[in-house]
Design a protein around this ligand. Sequence first.
Ligand code: IMP
Length: 191
Amino acid sequence: MSHPPAHPPFRILISRDQILRRTHELARQIVADAGDNPLCLVVVIEGARTFARQLQKVLPGHLPLHEVRASSYGASTVSSGRVTLTIAADLPFRGRDVLLLEDIVDTGRTIASLREHFLGQGARSCRTATLLSKPSRRVVELELEYVGFEIPDEFVLGFGMDLDGRYRELPDVVVYEAEVERAFQQASAAS
Ligand code: IMP
């Protein structure tokens, strides 16, 4: 007996295999740049967890992942423009080379706020590794040291990225389309 698909048939933008291959390449660059100084890995949750764990696996030394929360989205696909940071007081970044791990850089406000925080509070350096970047959406000028893929201005989901908690578990990065979701929900309700 065949089961109905569990998710709407969103268009795949970047496959899991492509992501895993690219993560290895990024890890090689990160290692080459880091030299002998152990990095302080800082993951922007929730969305970047999947990417961060993947990177952690392929970086030498199984470095710990320190989590910070930054939120500017709720149940919406546009940025609110305000970033709220939640950072543990004992995160051991002072005097160290911080590597921010992000799922996607959109307007750039989240990474800009985090960089300002860490550099302002005594990190020795602060670089960014992001799985995805939407350069056309930038409102803050930023240098991103490690970018997995540049993508057009589309709202994407999967590989850890969500829309209000949904579709995070999809293995590939897909393009969210409300129409595709609606049609899928109607078909599911009718079956
Ligand atoms: P920024 O501060 O505008 O750069 O937004 C970065 C954050 O917005 C990311 O960490 C994501 O959580 C979220 N975000 C931006 N674009 C997308 C998207 O296409 N899909 C899912 N989340 C997104």
